[in-house]
Design a binder for this molecule. Sequence first.
Ligand code: NOJ
Length: 738
Amino acid sequence: MFNSCASESNMQSIDDRLNSLLSKMTLEEKIGQMNQYSSFWDVTGPAPKEGSAAVQFEQLKNGLVGSMLNVHGVENVRKLQQIAVEETRLGIPLIFGFDVIHGFKTISPIPLAEAASWDLEAIELSAKNAALEASAAGINWTFAPMVDISRDARWGRVMEGAGEDPYLGSKIAFARVKGFQGDDLSAPTTIAACAKHFAGYGFPEAGKEYNSVDIGTQTLHNMVMPPFKATIEAGVRTFMNSFSQLNGVPATGSQYLQRTLLKDQWNFDGFVVSDWGSIEEMVEHGYAKDAKQAAQIAVEAGSDMDMQSLAYVDHLTDLVKSGVVQEALIDDAVRRILRVKFELGLFDDPYKYCNIEREKATIGHEKFQEATLEMAKKSIVLLKNKNQLLPLKKKGLNIALIGDLADDKTSPLGNWILAAEKNSAVSVLEGMKTYEGNNLEFSVGVKLNTGALEFAKELNINTTDKSDFPAAIKLAKKSDVVVMVLGEHGFHSGEGRSRTQLGLPGLQQELLEQVFKVNQNIILVLNNGRPLVLDWADQYIPAIVEAWQLGSQSGNAIAQVLYGDYNPSGKLPMSFPKSLGQVPIYYNYKSTGRPTLPSTDEVFWSHYQDEQNAPLYTFGYGLSYTTFAYSNLKINSQTDTTIDVSVEVTNTGNVQGKEVVQLYIKDHFARPTQPIKSLKGFELIDLNPNQTKTVHFTLTETQLGFYDNDGNFTVQPGDFSIYVGGDSTTKLNTKFKL
Ligand code: NOJ
């Protein structure tokens, strides 16, 4: 039985229903809607009797909880929803949030890997499938997409984003929101998305997790903001603020970010959830003197829902009753939260995501495995292929497969695998075994890590035990070709996993060099959640395949690429440094006053004494088993508002292949100055051998503009160059005047 307000007719507009509900709510009930808890109770067990769990349980029964996170499974969700709907005075349903970041039970490639596909349809489908699976398990809200731009591979969370570029990041942000939310948020198969972490979280000083962010207006508006704005255009219903402080103000307490920009200028009418405990953390930041003041600051700033810090439920009633906080602010926050619940259809049927039959029929369905395999293949980037060592012949080879990660069925799942089963991915060993024409032998080489493998725990890397070296070296010696699967474990990147070294962790580099001494025919398959420093490998290893953490079907995807049944077309969404000291490194940097090597041997130019300026592998880079030639770049027409550009691309190799055709602009003279190159368009094309396609791009005047130092958008006339090619270093260009 639903309580009265849950069964109210859907005929009235959401606004009418909202107003009517709001008018019935006590102050405490309103504040309750702003309170979110992580699962505090094993819902299938007895109700908690003591401690904080018991207090939270009582609050739930009294209508003082508006949302839960980390509860999943129809039975669990239903049990909690039942309490909210049937036992509280007004019966307001809960909204259930979960980190559906790269899949739910079926795991897709980590977001950074998916970004490498540059395939927006595939990325949208991946989010759609994740929503389908998660919603069948009772979830109606995901804390995704993370749209934080980042240039610093030391920061472990780059695995969750789309890399360094605001244009690519915006397109992907849009696609992901569309995928999760679909066209009808009230359908039981779609879930509300959450753009996070607003804002600047991807720029922590020195790449250290949760560290302060200090960036200027231009970086904030031209680099950080575009993907967030794209999520607004896609209709995202929630935002999450960030743990970090931005220019001295914790994002959670920033009126500028949440009210001025997001809610006033961008007209966002969904709600903002804090990050986990970030309201109370303003005390540690030195911004609020205690939790009570933190609650005041956060609510005034526009943080609508408190994730797990309890500051709202503990202090807001007092703050309102004593006149410190205006009730109108509470009403505004509650209205936003309830609106999303109405849009999800929770008031019409609070159990719409709780269909046990659908859960059984949906979770882990074969069609998700097929889709994630396609996505995984599209995410692979071929970094090097000297003498066409790849693809492998299918018969007659003795192949040594070496590396702990080659036989790992958990690591390929990546970091956000809260609902997935450990040990459930297809390993590289399993994937390669499906090709039976060769003689495949496996040797671990070196254990990568020791001890616990958990989302919340430090990963211990093996730095001492080399006992598995000899067997691997012996195997390599007698083999025709060696496939080495090295890199980071899935729990080596992600939240709280910053690193100061970006080489192959532990003893893997040493193993690689030892194996190289006995067999130089090495194919290095990388598993990692961030750009690595691969300078040695690039110098000596003939073939390098970037395979990230590719999810449930990882091993099959890798095997199909190695054997040429899939021609890789991924392109890097983030630059790979040549040396650690280059970080942060990104393609869209500003020129200096001394950008080039002078003709004399003087030192007075912008450079390092001991390293080149360029990264090892640039943004947009990736090879194929075929080759592409670009020609005939031209401007076909120019009006006051648009420029039509075309280029011819030919497949000059022997096999069919896909290419990401990229268009960059350079604004030669601007105030403030602009990056040396900025991505403004791309298209993924498919070409047969000898086939040529003409690719058209339409550049709009707005795409040529930028935000100035006062945060105002400006389009400045002048000289521009257009560069088109297969990566960000392309030289093919043409010019125009605006
Ligand atoms: C903290 C993370 O920063 C955020 O992205 C995530 O959604 C929440 N925890 C909830 O798990």
